[in-house]
Ligand binder design. Structure first.
Ligand SMILES: Cc1ncc(COP(=O)(O)O)c(C=O)c1O
Length: 385
């Protein structure tokens, strides 16, 4: 019996040479919004673009294989992927979410709760006592985001999933920051994995997209039904482009992570940096857990300057790192979470989560390592003395 190919081989091969029309090696793009029916009583494999599309299917198969799920649903953005999951619970059900989750996720859950559509509790999921109290309220869903955005705090996925499932909750993990190249939440006990495919999965900063991967068909089919019902499915072009980017995920992650580690080590030794958040550093509080549940620390890191003014100078001083939100692309980006990615959070919630104006977040790209370190070093030394 032939052995199933390695996952990397499966991704490289996904939909290659499968074109039924002309034998195209690379998957063709199917932009048609509608498909012919053989007769009024019988439809073909595809009928209407919102409901199904070959490019979305190709990407969904690849992502399900990568995350180890039964089914994937490809959505128009990471936020629509998060929102799609809310369809699995009833009005007034409780969701437990991390207090330091992505600002857009915080805003969505907070405002859905204000509308009376759900109830939400934001807690520090690394605080065992707080988690125990929250789970005693029998939430219908627990959302995990680890590493958290932007403070790179890790939580124990297996332990939280076990405790959450014991009270009957659906457990969803946002795996955007690491991708399946570094972390597999379904293998650690989660039911759903959420992605902003905008980030590492596409990897080239030229698509906004999302995905939810379900460990079983029951959740997968329900999500697929709701995605069609609410019309949050992705465009064929975005799915096609994302599968193209996905093929190089592993080598991109290896190289970007090596750059990030070198930068973290450099920043650690710099006196203008008061604190660094990167679980790949041995003295980071997340280092042991990182080794246990991740296959590497990833390529995102944050650090603090001593004042907001110094942080602003660094962000204005860099030339290779570009000042922009988002992450996970081949190019290096720098941002100030408090005023950019997390501005959707109320000031009190943001400060409670530890996101100050001193904080700078880096998405480390594929540029030459020495250029990236030189870029930071020419922006940092002016702060000494
Ligand atoms: C962890 C995380 N989840 C979800 C999202 C939302 O994704 P999108 O911008 O594709 O809607 C983001 C965006 O930055 C994110 O960082």
């Amino acid at each position: 019996m032939s052995k199933k190919p390695n996952i990397q081989t499966q991704i490289i091969q996904a939909d290659i040479g499968a074109d039924p029309a002309y034998g195209a090696v690379a998957p063709p793009l199917y932009t048609s919004s509608t498909y012919l029916w053989p007769s009024t009583s019988e439809k073909g494999p595809y009928d209407y673009g919102r409901s199904n599309n070959p490019n979305r299917d190709g990407l969904a198969r690849a992502l399900a294989a990568l995350e180890g799920g039964a089914q994937a649903v490809i959505t128009s953005s990471g936020m629509s992927a998060v929102d799609l999951c809310l369809n699995l619970i009833k009005a007034d059900d409780l969701i437990i979410a991390p207090h330091d989750c992505y600002g857009g996720t915080y805003r969505l859950l907070d405002h859905r709760a204000r509308q009376g559509r759900i109830r939400v509790k934001f807690i520090d999921q690394s605080d065992d006592a707080a988690l125990k109290v929250a789970l005693a309220e029998k939430p219908a869903m627990v959302l995990i985001e680890t590493p958290s955005n932007p403070l790179m705090r890790l939580v124990d996925i297996a332990a939280i999933a076990r405790a959450a499932k014991a009270v009957g909750a659906i457990v969803a993990a946002d795996n955007t920051f690491l991708s399946p190249a570094r972390q597999k939440p379904l293998e650690l006990g989660c039911d759903l994995v959420i992605h902003s495919t905008t980030k590492y999965l596409n990897g080239h900063s030229d698509v906004v997209g999302g995905a939810v991967i379900a460990i079983d068909k029951t959740h997968g089919e329900a999500l697929d039904w709701w995605a069609n019902c609410t019309g949050v499915t992705a465009s064929p072009f975005d799915a096609w482009q994302t599968l193209r980017g996905l093929r190089t995920l592993n080598i991109r992650m290896d190289a970007q992570e090596a750059n990030a580690l070198a930068i973290a080590q450099y920043l650690q030794s710099h006196n203008a940096v008061t604190r660094i958040y990167y679980p790949g550093l041995k003295n980071d509080p997340g280092y042991t857990l990182m080794q246990a549940q991740q296959s590497g620390p990833g390529a995102m890191l944050s650090f603090e300057a001593s004042t907001p003014q110094q942080a602003a100078k660094i962000m204005e001083g860099v030339k290779i790192f570009r000042l922009a939100a988002s992450l996970g692309g081949v190019e290096s980006l720098i941002c100030q979470p408090s005023t950019m990615t997390h501005r959707g959070m109320a000031d009190t919630a943001r400060l409670k989560a530890g996101i100050t104006d001193n904080l700078i977040r880096l998405s480390v790209g594929l540029e030459a390592q020495t250029d990236l370190i030189n870029d930071l070093s020419q922006a940092l030394p002016s702060l000494k003395g």
